[in-house]
Design a protein around this ligand. Structure first.
Ligand code: ACM
Ligand code: ZN
Length: 675
C-alpha cells in the first residue's frame, strides 16, 4: 500500500496491512550513498543506545553480497513529487530503502522510520529482550506546508542555550522546521549586539524585589552555535527584534531612543507589560540604531527572514513628542511609515521582513487573530501568511482554552476559507506560539506537549484528519516522548501549570511540580519565575498555595461552579503517607464551603480521598503512586465569593512539604489542621 501525506505519527493499523516486517539485528548494516553520510550517522546515533547494536556503515560499493538486514539511504532516484522535504520509504523484511531528492527529505524519512519501531527504541540506554521490528510499508510523504514553526520567547523568561538545543531536537523529530525566537521585549534584550553593548549589559537583567538579578542573553558565539545545531536538524532560525513597541529593555539601556526617556527599569511580568515601551519614530537616531542592530542580526542569522514585530503599539508619547509630531506631518501614519523604513533597511541587507501587524506587502504576515480569518483575507490580497492564531496556536494558553482537539482541528487552509489556488500558495504554514510570560524554561515541554504534536500533524498536512485516530496514535507517541525525557503536560486532565518558587524546589525533594486553577474565564496562568517574590502583589499567586508557608495563600475568585478545581501536579509520580489541604485565611474568611480533595494516579484517573470540613480536608494515602492532587468545589459558590487556598501539604517518611507554622497560624487554624 502506498500512503501519501501520512501523519506525523504513522498509523500502525494502516501500515500493518502490508505483510511482514523488518527486524533490526546485531548484524544490520546502514548503507550510505554519497551525500547521505551525516544523516545516516544521526540515524545510527538514535538507534544505537536502545538496541545496543553496532549498526556499522557501508558504502554502496562495499556491500558485495546482500547482508541479512540493511537500511539503505539514497539521495537519488526519488520520485520528483517528493520535493525539497518529501521522502519515499519502503520497509521490507530484510531491507529498508529510504530515498529523497534533498537532505531534508531524507532526514524526515529517518524521523518516520524511528516512529515505526517500538517506542522503546528512543530509550537512552540498552533495552534487553526487545523485538526491534518495523512493519512492512511503502510511504510516499510530502508536506503540504513549508512553514512549520515554533515561537519561543526567551525575552520574557530567558531560555538557556541547552534549552534551545532540546527544543530543536523535539522540533526536528516532529518535522517542524522554523524556530522563531522572540529575542527582545520589555522584560529583556537577549542578543549581544557589539555596537550597542548596553543592550545586554543593562537590558538583559532585571532586579526583583530583594535585589536578586535574573535574566540572561545569547552571545554572538552562542547564536552561531545555535544556528549550526539547528542547521544540522533542518531548522531555520527566525530572529525577532520587536519594534516600535515592546522595546522596553532597549529603552532602559538607551533611554534617548524613547520620546521622553521614561523607561528606567526592566519590567517583569505581570507588572507593567507595555506602558509606553516604544521607540520614538520621530528621532533619526532611532533608525540609525535599528539599522546598526539589524546589520548584526542579519550577519548572525543566515535565514532570509527577520521578524520585526509591529504589534500592540500604544503610541503613548507620540502625540506629545515634538519630533514625532513633526515627522507625522510629513509622513502621515507614523507606525506604518516606521515599519516601511525598517522593511527597506532589511531589504538592503538582503533580508525580508516579517511582522505581526503594520507590515506592508512584501513582508510575511504572521496572523495572530483568534480564528485565522484575517490571515485568509491577507492571502487573498497577495500576502504570504503564517498562521499563529490565538485560538489554535497559542499554546501558552491553558488546556481548557486551547484543547488538544482545538489544536488538532486547525487546518491552515481549510475549504471554508474559500482560497483560490493562488491564495492557497500564500498560506505558508503555521507557528505554535509559546509566549513566555508564564512559562519558565523547565515547563516548556509540558506546556507544548502533546498539543504541539497535533499542530505539527495538521501543519505537515493529513489527507483525512481524524481526531479519534490521532488520539489513539498519540497514546503510543506519548511513550516515545517519555523515553526521550519529554514531560507531556495537559492532555489527559492535566490542566494549567505554573512554576514554583525556587525556595520550594530547593528545599523539598522536588515533590511539587506545578499548580493550576481552572476557572471558567481564565485564559492565562500565573507563575513565579523560580524566585520567591514575597508579599504584596504576588501574595495571591497559585504557587502560594504550596509554598510550604501557612502565612501565604493563593486567593482566587470563586470557585464559581462545581467543576472548578485547583490542581497541583507533581514533578514525578510518587507515593505519600498523607495529604492535607487547608483553605481560608488565618481569620477564617474565604474557606472552601463544600468540596473534595482528589488525587490522580495518572491520565485523569481522579479519586476522591477526603471531603472538606470547615475548610480543611486531610487523609492518609495508600501506596499508589500519584501524579497530582486537586481541590474540587462541589457547589456553586455565590457570585464574587473568594477562595483562599492556604496550603496543600504532602507528607512522606516523616518529611512534610510544610516548612513553617507561624504562631498566628497555630492560633487560628481549625482544630483539624493543627498538629
Ligand atoms: C502578540 O500576541 N502580541 C503577537
Ligand atoms: Zn517621539
Amino acid at each position: 500500500m502506498r500512503q501519501k501525506g501520512i501523519q506525523i505519527i504513522p498509523r500502525p493499523s494502516h501500515i500493518e496491512a502490508q505483510a511482514g516486517h523488518f527486524t533490526l539485528t546485531p548484524h544490520t548494516v546502514i548503507q550510505l550513498a554519497p551525500g547521505t553520510e551525516s544523516i545516516g550517522a544521526t540515524l545510527a546515533k538514535h538507534l544505537r543506545p536502545a538496541t545496543g547494536f553496532p549498526l556499522p556503515f557501508a558504502g554502496t560499493s562495499s556491500v558485495t553480497k546482500a547482508p541479512e538486514s540493511v537500511i539503505e539511504l539514497r539521495l537519488s532516484d526519488a520520485p520528483p513529487q517528493t520535493g525539497d522535504e518529501g521522502y519515499f520509504l519502503q520497509v521490507r523484511s530484510n531491507h529498508i530503502l529510504l530515498r529523497a531528492a534533498k537532505p531534508a527529505g531524507l532526514f524526515y524519512g529517518c524521523q518516520t522510520l524511528r516512529q515505526l519501531f517500538p517506542p522503546a527504541i528512543e530509550a537512552s540506554a540498552r533495552v534487553a529482550h526487545a523485538a526491534w521490528t518495523a512493519p512492512a510499508v511503502t510511504i510516499e510523504d510530502t508536506p503540504q506546508f513549508v512553514w512549520r514553526g515554533v515561537l519561543l520567547d526567551p525575552a520574557r523568561q530567558f531560555i538557556s542555550k541547552q534549552g534551545l538545543y532540546k527544543a530543536i531536537d523535539w522540533m526536528a523529530y516532529h518535522k517542524l522546521n522554523r524556530l522563531h525566537l522572540h529575542l527582545t521585549d520589555v522584560d529583556g534584550w537577549r542578543l549581544e549586539i557589539k555596537k550597542y553593548p548596553r543592550l545586554t549589559q543593562v537590558g538583559a537583567w532585571a532586579r526583583l524585589d530583594g535585589g536578586l538579578k535574573i535574566g540572561g542573553y545569547y552571545t554572538q558565539k552562542d547564536i552561531r552555535d545555535i544556528v549550526a545545531y539547528a542547521n544540522e536538524r533542518f531548522v531555520m532560525l527566525i530572529p525577532e527584534i520587536e519594534m516600535p513597541s515592546h522595546a522596553g529593555a532597549a529603552l532602559v539601556a538607551y533611554p534617548e531612543l524613547n520620546c521622553f526617556g521614561t523607561r528606567t527599569s526592566i519590567a517583569q511580568f505581570p507588572v507593567d507589560p507595555l506602558c509606553g515601551s516604544e521607540f520614538c519614530p520621530g528621532n533619526d537616531h532611532v533608525l540609525e540604531f535599528i539599522d546598526g542592530v539589524l546589520s548584526e542580526v542579519a550577519a548572525l542569522f543566515p535565514g532570509p527572514i527577520i521578524h520585526i514585530g509591529g504589534d500592540e503599539a500604544e503610541m503613548r508619547y507620540w502625540g506629545e513628542c515634538p519630533k514625532c509630531q513633526a515627522r507625522q506631518k510629513k509622513v502621515g501614519n507614523l507606525h506604518d511609515w516606521f515599519m516601511d523604513q525598517v522593511r527597506d533597511k532589511l531589504a538592503a541587507k538582503g533580508k525580508r521582513a516579517m511582522g505581526w501587524s503594520g507590515v506592508t506587502k512584501g513582508a510575511v504576515f504572521t496572523c495572530w487573530d483568534n480564528d485565522g480569518s484575517g490571515g485568509w483575507g491577507a492571502a487573498k490580497g497577495g500576502w504570504d501568511v503564517v498562521m499563529a492564531t490565538g485560538n489554535h496556536h497559542y499554546l501558552n494558553y491553558n488546556i481548557e482554552r486551547t484543547t488538544l482537539k482545538t489544536a488538532y482541528d486547525f487546518d491552515p487552509a481549510p475549504a471554508r476559507a474559500a482560497l483560490s489556488p493562488e491564495a492557497r500558495r500564500h498560506i505558508l504554514g503555521f507557528e505554535a506560539c509559546l509566549w513566555g510570560e508564564m512559562i519558565p524554561e523547565n515547563h516548556l515541554e509540558s506546556q507544548a506537549f502533546p498539543r504541539i504534536v497535533a499542530l505539527a500533524e495538521r501543519g505537515w498536512g493529513v489527507e483525512r484528519p481524524d481526531f479519534e485516530d490521532f488520539t489513539e496514535r498519540l497514546k503510543i507517541h506519548v511513550e516515545r516522548l517519555a523515553q526521550m525525557g519529554i514531560l507531556t503536560g495537559p492532555a489527559y486532565g492535566y490542566p494549567i501549570q505554573t512554576a514554583l518558587p525556587g525556595r520550594i524546589r530547593n528545599a523539598m525533594p522536588s515533590l511539587i511540580y506545578s499548580a493550576s486553577q481552572n476557572q471558567n474565564d481564565e485564559d492565562w496562568r500565573w507563575t513565579l519565575t523560580g524566585i520567591d517574590r514575597g508579599q504584596g502583589y504576588d501574595a495571591i499567586l497559585p504557587a502560594q498555595a504550596f509554598d510550604g508557608d501557612l502565612e501565604t495563600f493563593h486567593m482566587s475568585w470563586g470557585p464559581r461552579k462545581d467543576v472548578d478545581t485547583f490542581t497541583v501536579v507533581l514533578n514525578k509520580p510518587d507515593t505519600f503517607d498523607r495529604v492535607k489541604a487547608i483553605t481560608g485565611m488565618a481569620n477564617g474568611d474565604h474557606i472552601l464551603r463544600e468540596g473534595v480533595l482528589e488525587v490522580s494516579t495518572g491520565y485523569g484517573r481522579w479519586k476522591e480521598v477526603a471531603r472538606f470540613k470547615k475548610g480543611v480536608a486531610e487523609t492518609k494515602l495508600d501506596r499508589s503512586k500519584i501524579v497530582s492532587v486537586r481541590i474540587r468545589s462541589t457547589i456553586n459558590q455565590p457570585p464574587n465569593a473568594l477562595l483562599a487556598i492556604r496550603e496543600i501539604i504532602l507528607e512522606k517518611n516523616g518529611q512534610s512539604t510544610l516548612k513553617t507554622l507561624s504562631p498566628v497560624d497555630r492560633l487560628h487554624l481549625p482544630a483539624a489542621a493543627s498538629k
